[in-house]
Design a protein around this ligand. Sequence first.
Ligand code: FAD
Length: 445
Amino acid sequence: AQKIVVVGGVGGGATVSAQIRRNDKDADIIIFEKGEHIAFSNCGMPYYLGGVIKDKEDILVSVDRFREKYNVDVRTGTEVISINRKDKKVICQNESGEQEVSYDKLIISPGASPIVPDVDGRNEACIFTLRTIPDMEKINNYIEQNQPKKAAIIGGGFIGLEMAENLHERGIACTVIDRSSQVMKVVDKEIAEVIHEHLREKGIELILDDGLEGYSNNGKTVHLSSGSTLQADMTLMATGVKPNTDLAESASLKLGRSGAIEVNNDMQTNDPDIYALGDAVETKDFFTGEPRHVALAWPAHRQAYLIASHLAGEKVENHGIIGTSIFKLFDLTIGSTGHNKATLEDAGISYKEAFLETYSHAKYYPGSEKLWLKIVFDAEKGTIYGCDVIGFDGADKRLGVLATAIRGKMTVADLEEVELGYAPPYSSPKDPINILGYKANQQLS
Ligand code: FAD
């Protein structure tokens, strides 16, 4: 039987192990996870902190159950500290000391870590990041013990905004601070404006074009680049993540241009016996084939499938990544996929754009809500490169349709023709997707 060693036991690591077991009943699979938990839902953590998910157990998976269900040797509390590629061994460390374990194939999914700006006061007890279950517990305990009234959130990406909603729901007044002129840099400016308005409407204070300088007063005074300060009983740093590459680098595995681990189409590193996946790797962009780092759950799961298939000797094409994301912000659903204007300009691709402000379904039927759609497409052929969709109802459906259209290399002319099904509670005889298609296609013909 093949001996497969997996480093990291959450998004990528647990998934690839389960996937391999489906293909191979006999493989010896060992997962090393330095934390105490495996296969937990990082994505559920903001909702536990907001009280939407009441029971922590709902986002955890029992190590024993995982072990039993997949017949995988799970070793938590054990960190892999180095890789000896020559002898195909990993050196790991836990409470009882160091140990060497051999492998036939090694799979690394060490994830990413929150970027913590190197500023004064960043280690104070009221300043947090959110990546792991212990991080979540620390935040929860702090809230329970100190009853904070005000929180500062540094960074307006999806984790910062999800946390703004959830802390707000818990009765904590939040200020979101971002050094750029908009939150959610993946969406275009018009869409970001809608998000800004919704945040303010919900009572979240927003400070843009201003960065974090440091903390004083035991972390309770937040200093900004403009010289202004604000008082906060707690702060969440949500300024992005960086791939965990130390282990790979120390084993001379190659990093790519983005700074994440470089892999080929089969997810092998420059050592063919070592695969890598998840937030730690860069893969290729669906359109350009250029390296792209997308730290989301879908890519990790797809990559797990690619690795398990490759190990089983099946050839599965890797077409690269479009980069679809979606999240909820109070009443709003915010979705985005593919390229936006900025990334197209960076890639030197000429594009046109279409923007539509409309309603989710027939206006006369209750529950019809505003919906905004934006697409960018090839200036000549009309092939769709990307979209942002935002709204209160039916936004997830339109995002799904557009993401599928992009994957199918459809053009804006095709959008005129997609039949999505109409009845007043769901749409209009011409769906917003069709109207967007007509609007965009006009620009070509
Ligand atoms: P992880 O899941 O972080 O797993 C890496 C594991 O490796 C860690 O547990 C770490 O302890 C372990 N490890 C690292 N080094 C070693 C070592 N040397 N030895 C042993 N163990 C090691 N994505 C979405 O698509 N949608 C969402 O809604 C969403 N929400 C999120 C919300 C939050 C708060 C966070 C933090 C992330 C969210 N994500 C979301 C991102 C998603 O969780 C990640 O993309 C996914 O978990 C990546 O899987 P991974 O295996 O690369 O990393």
